[in-house]
Design a protein around this ligand. Structure first.
Ligand code: ZN
Length: 340
């Protein structure tokens, strides 16, 4: 099974999936407490304003993916982020299966990160089968740009040389909206014509609008509409491959945090911590792993998706594996059995 993971930065689950959030108790409150160091106090109580357009009007693709149809099963799984709810730790956790402590990503600067020892989802697919073809396209340079912070997605230059691993980072000089559109154009062409085995595509526009205008704004909802339409292009591409070639695709969509009414994130408000993993299998029933999941934390996403597509990791375990240990400067042995 092939995988398309779409990463939408800063989307409030209660705005795009209002019925699911209202109906599923797992969406009501976080499933684990936050560290008080990264808290901001109580629930901020944000609700969509009365004048907001009907939710279906601004995220029809996301809702259609989550709802599914007679041929294609879909659902949305509640997910809770662990503060700090900055983008860096959120996406690093989602894409590597590591907690903030394990990958040592706490802020957007990624200083002293341990991503080299916590490979990303695409690398894991490659490790499961070195013939796998992968691609990533992202507006934020922390995903794919070797000159950016991180990057979270490993470069794997040997595979890049032969086109087996492709990375795209757009020109940001014309702004985030144009850059998101460039990511969509590049990724949808590649998905349609090349059909990689696993792909990660990231859009930043909703987060940018949330910071500038807040979650209770027309601009924020308009930004959700734009990335929803980008998502439709990507879904259209893989659906066409399913129809023509019979390819089996699992599509997943997630976010790293919500936004406060007045904009911003990083702390522990319910609206900020609440996330989702929407899953949809084109032309088939969902794999058991994602059909059975009830509520997730961000570091569980990668393992769940790998299990769903059948990408099994090898195993090598030994005492002290991966621990760097120097010898004492006590001189050479006199035991002839070890004297060389
Ligand atoms: Zn973010």
């Amino acid at each position: 099974m092939k995988l398309l993971l779409i990463c939408l930065d800063g989307v409030r689950a209660d705005l795009v999936f209002p019925e699911a959030v209202a109906a599923d108790p797992s969406f009501a409150e976080p499933d684990h407490p936050s560290d008080p160091r990264f808290g901001a106090g109580a629930h901020d109580g944000t609700t969509p304003p009365d004048e907001a357009p009907r939710p279906a009007a601004f995220a029809p693709t996301l809702r259609r993916l989550a709802t599914g149809n007679a041929l294609s099963e879909g659902r949305v799984i509640p997910m809770w982020m662990t503060p700090p709810t900055d983008s860096g730790p959120g996406w690093a956790s989602i894409l590597t299966g590591a907690t903030h402590e394990e990958c040592n990503v706490w802020w957007n600067e990624f200083v002293g990160h341990d991503l080299a020892r916590n490979p990303d989802l695409l690398s894991r697919v490659f490790f499961a089968n070195p013939k796998a073809r992968t691609l990533a396209a992202a507006t934020w340079d922390a995903f794919t740009d070797p000159a950016g912070p991180g990057p979270i997605i490993h470069q794997r230059v040997d595979q890049q040389r032969t086109g087996q691993h492709q990375l795209f980072h757009p020109d940001l000089r014309r702004g985030i909206t144009a850059a998101d559109a460039a990511v969509c154009q590049w990724a949808s062409w590649k998905l349609l014509h090349e059909g990689p085995d696993a792909a990660v595509v990231y859009f930043e526009g909703v987060d940018a609008a949330g910071h500038k205008y807040g979650a209770d704004s027309e601009e924020y909802r308009a930004a959700i509409s734009r990335v929803d339409e980008h998502t439709r292009y990507l879904v259209k591409a893989v659906s066409e491959r399913h129809e023509q070639l019979g390819e089996d695709w699992l599509i997943a969509v997630t976010t790293d945090h919500g936004h406060k009414a007045a904009g911003g994130h990083g702390e522990d408000e319910v609206e900020v911590r609440r996330s989702f993993l929407a899953v949809h299998r084109v032309g088939g029933r969902l794999p058991d792993a994602v059909r059975d999941a009830s509520s997730l934390r961000s570091h569980q996403v990668m393992g769940l998706l790998l299990e769903a597509i059948g990408a099994r990791q090898g195993s090598l375990d030994a005492p002290g594996l991966g621990v760097l240990t120097d010898i004492e400067p006590v001189g050479p042995t006199r035991d002839l059995a070890f004297e060389w």
